[in-house]
Design a protein. Structure first.
Length: 134
């Protein structure tokens, strides 16, 4: 499942150009949302961040991810996403209804707390042990 929209960078030093974003979610990795940034031709290659679905959802209501590489929080009628990689800093604002609709659909398909219901822990551990032995 995915949706696309444009984010507005918060860069007061110059006129900002919207950044094209694709949100992707895969029910087999239900705890994560992939956020691919890449302005139409503005970046040489798109950049993808994998963000915890719960971090994004909590950020709709209040500060979430504080102290981490990704911080999400509401500001008036917008939602701010702050990225703090070791190589820099970026802030983006978006309409929270876009993210809210996307997340509601992910939670409809896989409710909170059910992300690991289909996980076969024994099979995963066996596969890990076998890969370490090889």
């Amino acid at each position: 499942m995915h949706t696309t929209f444009d984010l507005l960078p918060r860069d007061r030093s110059r006129e900002s150009t919207p950044v094209h974003v694709i949100l992707s979610w895969d029910p087999t990795e239900a705890v994560a949302v992939s956020v691919t940034f890449g302005h139409h031709g503005g970046l040489r290659e798109p950049v993808t961040w994998v963000i915890a679905r719960d971090t994004l959802a909590a950020g709709l209501l209040g500060p979430s991810g504080v102290g981490g590489d990704v911080i999400v929080y509401p500001v008036l009628d917008r939602l701010r996403i702050v990225l703090n990689p070791p190589s820099g800093h970026a802030e983006f604002d978006l309409d929270p209804t876009v993210l809210d609709r996307f997340l509601l659909e992910t939670y409809r398909q896989c409710p909170a707390g059910a992300e690991f219901d289909d996980l076969d822990v024994e099979a995963e551990l066996l596969a890990l042990i076998e890969s370490e032995a090889a």
